[in-house]
Write a protein that binds this ligand. Structure first.
Ligand code: ATP
Length: 261
């Protein structure tokens, strides 16, 4: 795989303080989460189903509204933004989804260019007429994720792994300060999952930005993350290097021990 083009300087710190999310009043899903993520590379969030991992990612990109607390990114509190300010801030958050979220009827290159939608005037977005420089960069990015020959294919003709590569290229196309990946490998086979994690690690390294990844596969998390955040029942119960994650931590995160045998 060739190098991703245009490495862009400093990643900026994400500083979450006392984050609480209640979908129903009095029933917090996230209970007072505080977390600082500033290092480039993958930070994996692990934890059992229903513990609030997706909710945390969705609070950061504001697909859901936090109940209280702050989410600072480069000096801006994402938790407080609305309207145009929120739209502008979202440009800095590259999203990678479990089900890829591509526009199926568009070509691969058009999907990558969708990463620029937050940057172009509305008329250009409507007519999908992007600046030449963006188009050249989209082609270069596609090449770098191994899909140089697929630019004019429709997205609905791709395999899951290929779709996720397009999703990652689209996220990088945004020039993000932070990539948020919500279970990016859950729909993929084991080999493809490894390739996608490698690609996400490469994005973090080469662009010097944090890549926050929700993931169920603990082995993959340990292999690719520089740091693991273990959540249980809406709180962080482990935050440290993969090498420090012991069976006792896994028992605390997932509950019980019989499943580990
Ligand atoms: N839009 C919503 N409205 C109400 N409750 C919700 C909503 N989204 C999530 N929840 C609840 O919040 C809790 C946490 O869900 P969340 O999806 O964040 O967990 P998760 O750790 O990502 O789980 P999984 O690993 O299964 O995806 C669950 O009890 C879920 O039912």
């Amino acid at each position: 795989m060739s190098a991703l083009p245009v490495a862009s300087g400093q990643g900026r710190a994400l500083v979450i303080r006392n984050l609480v999310k209640e979908y129903r009043p009095g029933q917090p899903v996230l209970r007072d989460i505080s977390l600082t993520v500033s290092e480039p590379g993958i930070v994996a969030i692990i934890g059992p189903s229903g513990t609030g991992k997706s909710t945390l990612i969705r609070c950061i990109n504001r697909l859901v509204d936090p109940t209280s607390g702050s989410i600072m990114l480069g000096g801006t509190d994402l938790a407080k933004l609305q309207g145009e300010a929120l739209r502008q801030a979202r440009r800095r958050l590259g999203m990678v989804f479990q089900e890829y979220n591509l526009v199926e009827r568009l070509t691969v290159i058009e999907n990558v260019l969708c990463g620029r939608l937050g940057y172009v005037p509305v008329w250009r977005a409507w007519t999908r007429r992007f600046p030449e420089a963006d188009i050249a960069r989209a082609f270069a990015l596609l090449e770098s994720v191994g899909l140089g020959d697929f630019a004019t294919r429709r997205a609905d003709q791709l395999s899951g792994g290929q779709r996720q590569r397009v999703g990652i290229a689209r996220a990088v196309m945004q020039d993000p300060d932070l990539v948020l990946a919500d279970e990016p490998t859950s729909s993929l086979d084991p080999k493809t999952s490894v390739e996608i994690m490698e690609l996400l690690a490469q994005v973090g390294r080469e662009r010097d930005i944090p890549v926050l990844v929700n993931i169920h596969n603990v082995a993959l998390a340990k292999r690719y993350a520089l740091r693991i955040v273990g959540m249980s029942k809406g709180v962080v119960v482990y935050d440290g290097p993969p090498a420090g994650l012991q069976d006792s931590h896994l028992a605390e995160i997932y509950g019980g021990e019989g499943w580990m045998e």
